[in-house]
Design a protein around this ligand. Structure first.
Ligand code: BG6
Length: 470
């Protein structure tokens, strides 16, 4: 049966991106970031050798882009504020008046266009000079981050609707310390645990500073959360799933939302001598300064089974010592990105937050489908006909709707992304946008999904065949 799925009044319809992926370097002055440095030294690591110099050139085209936000039905949008742009002397020292002028103008125009600005303070873009000092492993870097965050609250507090300390803080830990997809490509769990702990501390300290300013906005964090499913109900599979979940889901969710650390994870890290160092007062700061709002990034589930093989104890300690990923037969795939598509996972995630995290105010802060060679789908008028993306959005949103009906406190949906943007080492391989980008000319064209998005936002919902829901 086809039904109109109506969303709550004032639901946030929008999308998200980040400074390093969309702005381009521009002329304001900006410290070198780890991405710019890594691209300079190892361009071969980036798809087709395209780096972060220009990306989607938003810094020069933001006025045109805000018009496109309106034309694609946005009532809200997440940007990130570049630390390197705000503090061009290596992320510390004097703040940058040109950066402040840019962000103030951007945020003002968004507000005047009826688009609520959501601002994130860190999206993988460490100033290189601070990485040289140890990055998140260094407590001085934590203090520099708090200074940057406080400066943003003071300069933009009147213009930002909601704040986020970090986007996916787990990402740089996996990429930089375990899996070799972020600079500085270290493989060392214990150092990663230290960087992770300091990130959690930085989040809490930024919230502590935010609360002193008595702004009307809220502050929280955006986490990439994959529900963990065991291969079977076999006790060993379930144990493997429980441990994987502790490493990848509870590790940041518990301290950043509840102010506590997951017991199972701490036990394992102690047993294997992987605990970070900290000061006693850090735990108090973390406990007292938790998120007021939570962004949920959902792309794929995590499927796990008990290990089949012995661990190589002469290799580096890794979470995979306790489980293996399960390649579930018959799963639906986004073959371009190599991620499973499992729409019901978004429902299970929302229910977890409802039941285990006090039903904190939350929203879907990222979800989306990256597709390679999208020019295959151009029609004669030069528009990309991306019905697959429209279906992807509807199929996920139908489960978000169900979650809301079942009492989950979900107030919005932000797609990844608005205009095609730069995807780190994948560069412009997979396109995620509601608006396509011609990389040679920077011409923007609304895709079919962009038109659909506008209609959905205007209707505050869409027609859906609800018998598809399981
Ligand atoms: C999210 C990140 O994990 O996924 C984005 O917050 C990223 O920065 C997006 O671009 C899509 O992933 P990818 O690797 O295809 O760019």
């Amino acid at each position: 049966m086809t039904e109109m799925l109506a969303f709550p009044k004032d639901f946030w319809w929008g999308s998200a991106w980040s400074a390093e992926q969309a702005e381009g370097r521009g002329e304001t002055g900006k410290a070198e970031t780890v991405w710019e440095h890594w691209f300079k030294t190892e361009p071969n690591r980036f798809y087709e050798g395209i780096g972060p110099e220009i990306t989607t050139d938003h810094i020069n085209r933001y006025k045109e882009d805000i018009q496109l936000m309106k034309e694609t039905g946005h009532n809200s949008f997440r940007i990130s504020i570049s630390w390197a742009r705000m503090f061009p002397n290596g992320g510390v020292g004097e703040k940058n008046p040109k950066a402040i002028a840019f962000y103030r103008d951007l945020l003002t125009e968004m507000n005047e266009s009826g688009i609520k600005p959501f601002a994130n303070l860190y999206h993988f873009d460490m100033p290189f000079a601070l990485q040289e000092q140890g990055g998140w492993e260094s407590r001085e870097v934590v203090e520099s981050y708090v200074t940057f965050a406080t400066t943003c609250f003071e300069e933009f507090g009147d213009l930002v609707y909601h704040w986020f300390t970090f986007n996916e803080p787990l990402g740089p830990i996996l990429g930089s310390y375990l899996e070799d997809f972020h600079y500085p490509n270290i493989v060392d769990f214990k150092r990663g645990a230290q960087a992770g702990f300091n990130t959690i501390l930085a989040h809490a300290k930024a919230i502590e500073s935010f609360k002193k300013l008595n702004l009307t906005s809220k502050i929280g964090v955006i986490l990439n959360l994959s529900p963990t499913y065991p291969r079977s109900q076999n006790e060993y599979d379930r144990e493997a799933a429980e441990i994987a979940d502790a490493f990848y889901t509870r590790s940041f969710l518990d301290p950043m939302v509840k102010g506590t650390f997951p017991k199972r994870l701490v036990e394992i890290l102690k047993e294997y001598d992987q605990m970070p160092t900290y000061e006693e007062n850090d735990l108090k700061i973390i406990a007292e300064n938790t998120s007021q709002i939570l962004g949920l990034n959902y792309y794929e589930p995590r499927r796990v089974k008990a290990r089949l093989t012995e661990i190589n104890k002469r290799g580096p300690f890794l979470p995979e010592w306790f489980f293996e990923l399960h390649n579930m037969p018959g799963k639906k795939m986004n073959v371009y990105r190599g991620w499973e598509i499992y729409e019901r996972g978004i429902y299970d995630l929302c229910v977890d937050i409802r039941d285990n995290y006090g039903n904190i105010e939350a929203f879907i802060s990222e979800n989306g489908m990256g597709v390679a060679n999208e020019e295959r789908f151009l029609n004669e008028e030069g528009q990309i006909i991306d019905d697959y993306r429209i279906n992807y959005i509807k199929d996920h949103l139908a489960y978000v709707h169900k979650a809301i009906q079942d009492g989950c406190n979900i107030n919005g949906y932000h797609l990844w992304t608005f205009i095609d943007c730069w995807s780190w080492i994948n560069s412009y391989k997979n396109r995620y946008g509601l608006v396509s980008l011609d990389l040679k000319t920077q011409k923007r064209t609304i895709k079919k999904s962009g038109e659909f998005y506008k209609e959905m936002s205007l209707n505050n919902g869409f027609e859906y065949e609800t018998s598809k829901l399981v």
